[in-house]
Design a protein around this ligand. Structure first.
Ligand code: PLP
Length: 491
C-alpha cells in the first residue's frame, strides 16, 4: 500500500461516498433493474491494463448504483434496519487500513483484547448478567451474523450432550423454538446434523401475540422424553422480525407474565441449553424502559443481538455472549502445529478462532468501540427512542384511517398493518395488500416489506434508518394512502 496513493484516492472515495449520502433521496429506494442487467453493461473479462479510479467511480455511478437498493435511504422501511454511521464507517475504514487477521491472540493482541473489552462494555449497557462478561467463565465474541451466532451455540450445546451420551445420541437430540423463530435456527440444525423432524417449531397464534407458550413447551418436552428423545436446545426470540412479537413480548402491553423467564426455567429444569436471539430488538434494551423485554436472560446460556441492525454499527457485527466459553471452545477448537504459540499453549489468552466457524477474522471491534465512544450511551438511547417515537407516530396515522388496521400491538419500531378489503373475503384482502406493496415499492419512493400471519398478508413498516425523520414518515404514509385510494377506486 503506497501511502500517498492511498491519501489521494481515499480522499476521492470519501468525497464520492459523502456525495452519495447527500443525494441518497434522489434514488429509487428499491432498485428497479431487471435480473441480469449488469452483464449487459460490463465487459466479460477483467482489463489487462490498469484503469483510473475515476473510470471506476463513473461506472459505479452509472451502472452499479441503479442496481443498489438503498438500505441507508431515509425512506427505507423494509425488513429490518441495517445501520451505518460516521463512527461505524470510520471504524470499518480503520479496520480495512490495519487489515490484520486476528484468529489467535498472538496474531494481533489488540484485536482480541479490544473485542473482549468492547463486548463487556456492550454487555453492561444491556445489563446482561455478570456471567456473560469476560471476567468470569463466559464472554462475548463478534460473529458476522445472527445465523452464525445461533449455529455456534447450537454446536456447543450439541457437543456438550454428545460428550456425555456418546455420538449415537445425535439422532435423538431435539431442538425447540416457536414457529416464528428465524429460519437461521433451521439452517443451524441442518448443519449440526439434527434430524429434521427433531427441530420442533412449536405453534403460536394471535392469542399470545405469537409468543411461545411455556405450557406448550413443557408438554412437548415431556412428550419427547417419554418417547426416548433428548431435549437439548431451546431458542427464544426477542424481536419483531416479520411482524410478530415473540416470546418475551407479552400478550398485551403489560408485562404480567414474563415468558422469557418462564421458558428459561423450563429449560434449566430439563438441562436444556437456552439461547435468546434478540438480533433486532436487542439494541432497544440499552434503554432502561425496554430492558424489561429481556428480563429472564439471567436464565440463558447464550444471548445474541446484531449491533449492525439498529445500533449504528456498519455491517457486520453480531454480538454473541455465552456463560460457558469452554463449551464453545470444546466444540470448535482445533490445534494444528502451525498455529501453536506460547501464549495459547499456556492457556493465558483467548483465541477467538475457537469461538467461531472460520479461522480468519476481521478487526470488527474497532467500529463498535468507535460507535460507543463517539456517540456515548445517552445519544444511542435517544437514537433508539426517536425511531420508536416515529413508529408510534406512523401507527397513529394508520389507526386514524378507517380503511386500514394495525394488526399487532407495536412495541419497538415496527408497525404491522394492512389495508382492509371492502368485502370480508380474506383472499381478496391478501391480493389487495400484495398489490399495494407492489405499487408502493415500484414507485421507488419508499420500500416496505410484508409477512403472513394467521393466513393474512400483512405489511411491515420498520423504522430504523439513521437518516429517517418525521417528514419521511409523513411522505411514506401519503404514498401508501394515495396508492390505496387508486387501488380501491379501481375495484
Ligand atoms: N434472528 C433474528 C431474530 C433476526 O431478526 C434475523 C434477521 O433479521 C436473524 C436471526 C438472521 O440475521 P443474520 O442476517 O444476522 O444472520
Amino acid at each position: 500500500m503506497d501511502s500517498e496513493q492511498l491519501r489521494e484516492n481515499a480522499h476521492k472515495m470519501v468525497d464520492f461516498i459523502a456525495d452519495y449520502y447527500k443525494s441518497i433521496e434522489n434514488f429509487p429506494v428499491l432498485s428497479q433493474v431487471e435480473p441480469g442487467y449488469l452483464r449487459e453493461l460490463l465487459p466479460d473479462s477483467a482489463p489487462n491494463q490498469p484503469e483510473t479510479l475515476q473510470n471506476v467511480l463513473d461506472d459505479v455511478q452509472a451502472k452499479i448504483l441503479p442496481g443498489v437498493t438503498h438500505w441507508q435511504s431515509p425512506s427505507y422501511f423494509a425488513y429490518y434496519p441495517s445501520n451505518s454511521s460516521v463512527a461505524g464507517f470510520l471504524g470499518e475504514m480503520l479496520s480495512a487500513g490495519i487489515n490484520m487477521v486476528g484468529f489467535s491472540w498472538i496474531t494481533s493482541p489488540a484485536a482480541t483484547e479490544l473485542e473482549m473489552i468492547v463486548l463487556d462494555w456492550l454487555g453492561k449497557l444491556l445489563k446482561l448478567p455478570e456471567g456473560f462478561l469476560s471476567t468470569g467463565q463466559g464472554g462475548g465474541v463478534i460473529q458476522g451474523t445472527a445465523s452464525e451466532s445461533v449455529l455456534v451455540v447450537l454446536l456447543a450445546a450439541r457437543d456438550r450432550v454428545l460428550t456425555k451420551l456418546g455420538k449415537n445420541a445425535l439422532e435423538k437430540l431435539v431442538v425447540y423454538a416457536s414457529d416464528q423463530t428465524h429460519s437461521a435456527l433451521q439452517k443451524a440444525c441442518k448443519i449440526g446434523g439434527i434430524h429434521p423432524e427433531n427441530c420442533k417449531l412449536l405453534k403460536t397464534d394471535s392469542s399470545t401475540n405469537y409468543a411461545l407458550s411455556p405450557g406448550l413447551l413443557s408438554k412437548a418436552i415431556s412428550d419427547d422424553i417419554s418417547t426416548g428423545l433428548i431435549p437439548f436446545f431451546l431458542c427464544a426470540t426477542v424481536l419483531q422480525l416479520s411482524g410478530y412479537i415473540l416470546i418475551s413480548v407479552g400478550t398485551t402491553s403489560s408485562t404480567a407474565v414474563d415468558p422469557l423467564l418462564a421458558l428459561g426455567k423450563i429449560a434449566k429444569n430439563n438441562g436444556i441449553w437456552f439461547h435468546v436471539d434478540a438480533a433486532y430488538a436487542g439494541s432497544a434494551c440499552i434503554c432502561p424502559e425496554y430492558r424489561c423485554y429481556i428480563d429472564g436472560v439471567e436464565e440463558a446460556d447464550s444471548f445474541n443481538m446484531n449491533a449492525h441492525k439498529w445500533l449504528l454499527t456498519n455491517f457486520d457485527c453480531s454480538a454473541l455472549w455465552v456463560k460457558d466459553r469452554n463449551a464453545l471452545i470444546q466444540a470448535l477448537s482445533t490445534n494444528p502445529e502451525f498455529l501453536k504459540n506460547k501464549a495459547s499453549q499456556a492457556n493465558m489468552v483467548v483465541d477467538y478462532k475457537d469461538w467461531q466457524i472460520p479461522l480468519g477474522r476481521r478487526f470488527r471491534s474497532l467500529k463498535l468501540w468507535m460507535v460507543m465512544r463517539l456517540y456515548g450511551l445517552e445519544n444511542l438511547q435517544c437514537y433508539i427512542r426517536n425511531h420508536i417515537n416515529l413508529a408510534k407516530y406512523f401507527e397513529g396515522l394508520v389507526a386514524a384511517d378507517s380503511r386500514f388496521e394495525v394488526v399487532t400491538p407495536r412495541i419497538f419500531s415496527l408497525v404491522c398493518f394492512r389495508l382492509l378489503p371492502p368485502s370480508n373475503n380474506e383472499d381478496h384482502g391478501n391480493n389487495l395488500n400484495r398489490d399495494l406493496l407492489d405499487a408502493v415499492n415500484s414507485s421507488g419512493k419508499i420500500f416496505i416489506s410484508h409477512t403472513v400471519l394467521s393466513g393474512k398478508y400483512i405489511l411491515r413498516f420498520a423504522v430504523g434508518a439513521p437518516l429517517t425523520e418525521e417528514r419521511h414518515v409523513i411522505a411514506a404514509w401519503k404514498v401508501l394512502q394515495d396508492e390505496s385510494t387508486s387501488l380501491l377506486g379501481s375495484l
